[in-house]
Write a protein that binds this ligand. Structure first.
Ligand code: DQA
Length: 157
């Protein structure tokens, strides 16, 4: 079952609308890496960490599917890395789902949303996230992963 919770500690990595198009989509903003490349890189880093961590990655273009995934996989995850795409700017449903599960979440954006159109400056997700990383390209996902790996190592030692 796609959304049944796995047993070993895991991190939920969630990507929202249009992020399946990374690599092809507006590379001046989003770079040339594809989503499978970014996820494979994160999986390699997480597997090599001490202690290692599993990643559960989901991408959806649908708000409700993202909410379903947060409800199903969020409560047992040690953390959530989420790039909500355009939903960042208006999805109260996504924000409420994150607030409800209470699992620490880091919001990641490839582009610097604060340096772009005004409608991108506001994030309705940020107030329920531990923090936000924007403008560092795919490095933003790696930095968010580093935060959770350090958190997990701190808890385990
Ligand atoms: C994005 C920024 C959003 O404003 C945009 O709608 C996206 C991608 C980013 O990663 O920079 O789809 O979340």
């Amino acid at each position: 079952m796609e959304n049944s919770a796995p047993d070993a500690p895991y991190l939920l990595v969630l990507n929202g609308p249009n992020l399946n198009r990374l690599g092809m989509r507006e590379p001046a903003y989003y770079g040339r890496s594809t989503l499978p490349e970014i996820v494979a890189d994160l999986e390699r880093i997480a597997a090599a960490a001490d202690p290692p961590l599993r990643l559960e990655h989901r991408q959806s273009n649908h708000e409700g599917t993202l909410v379903d995934t947060i409800q199903a996989l969020g409560p047992d995850a040690i953390g959530i890395i989420i790039n909500p795409g355009a939903l960042t700017h208006y999805s109260i449903a996504l924000r409420d789902a994150l607030a409800d599960v209470g699992t620490p979440a880091i919001e990641v954006h490839l582009s610097n949303i604060h340096a772009r159109e005004e409608f991108r400056h506001r994030s309705v997700i940020a107030p329920v996230a531990v923090g936000q990383i924007a403008g560092l390209g795919a490095d933003g996902y790696r930095l968010a992963l580093r935060y959770f790996l350090d958190m997990q190592a701190g808890c385990a030692r």
